[in-house]
Design a protein around this ligand. Sequence first.
Ligand code: NAD
Ligand code: TYD
Length: 354
Amino acid sequence: MKIYLISGGAGFIGSNYIHYLFNKYMDNIFIINIDKLTYAGNLGNLKGLEIRKNYKFVHGDICDSSLINNIFNIYNIDYVVNFAAESHVDRSIKDAEVFIKTNVLGTQVLLNAAKQTWEKDNSFSNGKKFLQISTDEVYGSLSETGLFTENTPLDPHSPYSASKASADLLVKSFFDTFNFPINITRCSNNYGEYQFPEKLIPLIINNAINYKKLPIYGDGKQIRDWLYVKDHLEAIELVLRNGKIGEVYNIGGNNEKENIFLVKKIIQVLQDEVNDKNISNKLIEYVNDRLGHDRRYAIDASKIKNDLGWIPKVPFEEGIRLTIHWYLKNKQWLNEITTGEYMEYYSSMYGEKK
Ligand code: NAD
Ligand code: TYD
């Protein structure tokens, strides 16, 4: 039975991953989920799992080395999957400090604890693995052509992506120096259920159903490569189980869209679903551009396809409809998390109430 230590499992991708693992392996795994429950962490994403005998939630900070060492002393951990991070570019532009603490120092604390424990058991080559969940944003920005490969030099632009690139280099250094068993995955923009509505897709859905303006930064022609979260989970699990030690794998959706196209698509799907004339392109409002806004991200995912046989399966039309359905069915979840801190953040960013 494999024992997973998952950090940040109450966030968007982490909570989807935990559900995915229990669906896949049922009682044949044990999961410890450590999460600080920042504004982005929500135990509501994991409802129903508390009663499982093979699940343990730890409310804590990955920067807390004594807590992390304790977890390694109690459990014979096979896999560390590090999702925990401050993940929003706009917040990193406002204040980078917590990004450095969690994303860089927190990663180092996890690396240290895993290394010290696993080297005592001589188990670097026993199938143990430290998987760092990173981002394509570490590569910087593309113009109209070209794709990020695993060999593209790191050139992060935002404080967020700089902190993720720093963490990647630390993780790599543990492999280079100690032969410590790692992989790094760098995925493109995820979308799907449980995503916090500070990110583009859930923000647009939430605003549209509340007849709020739909803010488009700059000219709206920036491009992101959208990856359905459930496709991403399969890729993560493949890399964890079968990825060659020390390797980086890019994970992309092969699905480039301009922001303005995406926003109009969400409006169109909502119109089909709820047939409400108040939800229309008239809600779109062009606002000031993000500072240092990266123009285009696009991933060459041929390495993970050729080496591990992964390709994204869910077409964008289907993924975006599934996502919108989920948010429409889970308005209460949205209402619960778009209070307090969110409202403050929202008005500081967009100059109005939710
Ligand atoms: P998220 O913001 O939804 O969730 C992050 C989780 O980490 C939250 O539950 C939060 O409470 C927890 N956390 C934050 N600081 C912590 C700390 N110090 N100790 C313990 N827990 C802490 O993020 P997400 O979108 O699920 O992203 C997960 C990972 O994937 C991140 O590392 C992010 O950089 C990476 N990533 C995300 C995307 C995307 O599109 N969402 C794309 C590329 C990479
Ligand atoms: P986001 O979801 O924040 O992800 P990332 O910055 O990590 O790619 O933003 C996706 C794109 O949408 C990005 O080009 C910025 C843009 N955007 C807007 O135009 N308006 C918004 O309100 C937000 C949050 C993002």
